[in-house]
Design a protein around this ligand. Structure first.
Ligand SMILES: [Zn+2]
Length: 78
């Protein structure tokens, strides 16, 4: 939320002028850090770091799928 110190109030980002000025007192407003489209996505960060899911995570996921699969079919077996 953009905050204007002299006015002591928050403004909707759309209420602030294109130059980042307060609509009431015309002073420059402190703009919070926004997640912009040029910020790297999680997938991109993962690719940049070169890290893959560790083998034990994959084993855990496989075990989970097998277990849940069994829980689904178990009532119908026997
Ligand atoms: Zn203001």
């Amino acid at each position: 939320m953009p905050w204007c110190e002299p006015c002591s109030r928050y403004f909707a980002p759309s209420a602030v002028s294109a130059q980042g000025r307060c609509p009431v007192c015309e002073r420059t407003i402190e703009m919070p850090i926004r997640a912009t489209s040029d910020a790297p996505s999680l997938r991109e960060l993962q690719r940049l770091s070169g890290e893959k899911a560790p083998w034990h995570f994959k084993l855990l996921m496989l075990t989970l799928v097998l277990y849940l699969g069994w829980r689904i079919i178990a009532p119908f077996v026997d």
